[in-house]
Design a protein around this ligand. Structure first.
Ligand code: FEO
Length: 176
């Protein structure tokens, strides 16, 4: 059992994770419209990851005998200026998520809620990895640009990363 205040914060985070999924689905659609199949696949893989995050939290609330309260998911932002802009938005978004996760951990610790604190550690680690991956992609986009040959190369690379992400997700699902 967790406190009502902790459960309310976790429910708000479920909404943020669902928004994240929607945010990436919107970017995937934009990449599809620009014929960037690898970029679209990368954002679609991110969409899947974010759905998994929301479901992890959903399951945790149920396991803790706390009520799941779903609320409206906001619309994702409008059209990005290009692939560089898509990844700049992604990094800014993930930094906001990292701050939200850190706030959740702070609250769990303030309540001496060790179970939730331990549960959230997975998300703390996940955010480090997510920010690092996006920073890496952004570094190349800033250096080589997001047009012409450079864009094609990055799109191919994103396609390969998306395949790895799908395989990892499938093996994590098989082990669950
Ligand atoms: Fe679930 Fe990337 O935050």
């Amino acid at each position: 059992m967790i406190s009502t205040a902790m459960a309310a914060r976790m429910n708000a985070q479920i909404n943020r994770e669902l928004y994240s999924a929607y945010f990436y689905l919107g970017l995937s659609a934009q990449a599809e419209a620009a014929n960037l199949k690898g970029t679209a696949a990368w954002f679609m893989a991110k969409h899947g990851e974010e759905m998994t995050h929301s479901l992890k939290m959903y399951r945790y609330l149920i396991d803790q005998d706390a009520a799941v309260q779903l609320s409206a998911v906001a619309a994702p932002p409008g059209e990005a200026a290009g692939v560089l802009d898509m990844f700049e938005r992604t990094l800014a978004h993930e930094r906001e998520v990292t701050a939200a996760i850190n706030n959740l951990v702070d609250h769990a610790l303030s309540e001496k809620d060790h179970a939730t604190s331990v549960f959230l550690q997975w998300f703390v680690t996940e955010q480090i990895e997510e920010e690092a991956t996006v920073n890496d992609i952004l570094g190349r986009l800033r250096r080589f640009g997001d047009q012409g040959q450079a864009l094609l190369m990055i799109d191919n690379e994103l396609s390969a990363i998306a395949k790895q992400m799908k395989q990892l997700a499938a093996s994590a699902g098989a082990g669950a």
